[in-house]
Design a binder for this molecule. Structure first.
Ligand code: RAT
Ligand code: ZN
Length: 450
């Protein structure tokens, strides 16, 4: 290992520079496993949202990632499966993927990680012990425990302001758990405008399918009211693989005339999640979505035309990941985030994280959980942290080989930047000046996180 300072027995120089690979691996793992994270995209809700707060074994096993896998091994037709009760569905998934087969897939292994973390028997043949355990839990203290286990400091929800039922919940819940922040999900606005405009018109809004008359102004004030109520950190949309920009179609017009002006007016970033092909096999319902390769040129164009708007971007196709890194090198208003959905597998997370470290240093957000069920935070973060630690270690080792050692404080700074600092700065959770003083070790030059 490189480094001209004299080596101490413990693998560190008197200045705290780490000079042994084993010691480096130990310290990086320690920092990555213990640094609190902001989970910037989930589908979780706090207990005050009642039935939307999903936790427990039946929810875990009926997660659509597992349901898709179950259909590959069980001789059950989708229409029969959907007619079962949730308990029966969970039993079938357990029997199929965990008893009759070895749970080798990432989503199935995740359940095993959760069982172990909670002290449950991962070799059980039935779910009775697990069901008893989850029934005993008090939602509030259990939430505290799970967040602590996952070392998740803050959870960002996905909130649909075009869903009247969800909006009704917001009206009656003035105090949301402070660890949960909201985002405004724009899918119904941007992907189903015809139906959404009809529903809004029925509710008395002066909007129409062709965006004529007062439609744009009405949409702006509808969203402004949602922002006032929900105090979101950003706006977000999932888009199909064939999303193009600019085109002048109705979606492009709503982006240009409603979403981007709202982003400017409220200083809110806009998150683009591109590449999903909804309903490739509709019989599988939520498990039936697929993916396709997106046009990164559309993101570049949005960033170029709107230098005053901050964009977050995650792409579903593995083939898009390198292009996204290159686009981020061109546009400092673009923040790549997460290894989304079908990419959240160790081999692919490693590949993407290495690519991002090599092209972007620490100026990206390596992961989000996309958790829908509370306990998924445990496995998704545990699995991701291990991979990220390995990738980071490799990068530091390469740096050592090139002639530079790192200190513990530098590792802590780097991980804090990726796990929370980049996001905080992007959404204005605190000023970057504050971040710099919080995160940077003494005597190190301040580097802007933006
Ligand atoms: O990852 C998922 O669970 C997907 O089903 C979607 O929720 C996706 O993440 C999305 O936000 O659209
Ligand atoms: Zn999601």
């Amino acid at each position: 290992m490189a480094g001209k300072e004299s080596m101490k027995d413990n693998g560190k120089t008197p200045q705290g520079r780490i000079t042994e690979r084993q010691e480096l691996r130990r310290q990086v793992a320690e920092v990555v496993l213990s640094t609190p994270v902001i989970d910037i995209h989930t589908h979780l809700f706090p207990p005050e949202f009642g039935g939307k707060n999903l936790f427990g074994i039946d929810e875990l096993l009926t997660y659509h990632y597992l349901v898709a896998e179950m259909f590959r091994s069980a001789a059950v037709k989708p229409e029969v499966y959907w007619g079962l009760s949730k308990t029966e569905q969970a039993d079938l998934v357990w029997q199929t993927l965990f008893v009759e087969n070895t749970p080798l897939s990432e989503a199935a292994r995740g359940v095993i990680t959760v069982f172990n973390a909670l002290g449950l028997n991962a070799n059980a043949r039935t779910l009775s012990e697990a069901r008893e355990f989850f029934q005993r839990q008090d939602p509030q203290s259990y939430l505290d425990r799970v967040l602590e286990m996952a070392r998740v400091d803050a959870v960002v929800m996905t909130n649909d302001l075009f869903d009247p039922k969800e909006m009704q919940l917001w009206e009656t819940r003035p105090n949301v758990d402070r660890r949960f922040s909201s985002t405004l999900r724009m899918d119904r606005l941007l992907n189903q405008w015809k139906q959404t405009s009809e529903r809004l018109a029925q509710r008395g809004y002066a909007v129409d399918e062709h965006l004529s008359g007062r439609t744009i102004a009405q949409l702006r004030s509808y969203i402004d009211a949602g922002i006032e109520r929900m105090k979101p950190l950003y706006m977000a949309v999932s888009l199909p693989d064939d999303f193009r920009f600019p085109t002048g179609d109705v979606r492009n017009r709503i982006i240009n005339e409603v979403v981007l002006p709202t982003a400017r007016a409220h200083n809110l970033p806009f998150a683009l999640m591109i590449g999903v092909r909804r309903g490739v096999n509709p019989a599988l319902r939520a498990a039936g979505d697929g993916l396709g390769r997106a046009d990164v040129g559309a993101i570049e164009r949005l960033c170029f035309e709107n230098p005053d708007v901050r964009f977050l971007a995650t792409l579903l196709s593995r083939e898009n990941q390198h292009e996204l890194c290159v686009a981020a090198r061109k546009f400092s208003n673009l923040m790549p985030f997460g290894c989304w959905w079908f990419l959240n597998n160790p081999s692919i997370v490693a590949e993407i994280t290495n690519e991002r470290l090599e092209l972007l240093g620490t100026s990206f957000i390596p992961q989000h959980s996309d958790a829908t069920v509370l306990e998924q935070l445990i496995y998704k973060w545990q699995h991701s942290r291990r991979v990220i630690a390995d990738c980071l270690c490799n990068s530091y080792e390469q740096l050592f080989d090139a002639g530079r050692t790192v200190q513990r404080l530098e590792i802590e700074r780097d991980v804090a930047r990726m796990f929370s600092g980049n996001f905080r700065a992007w959404v204005g959770m605190c000023s970057s000046a504050k971040l710099e003083t919080e995160l940077l070790p003494e005597g190190t030059d301040a580097v802007s996180v933006r």
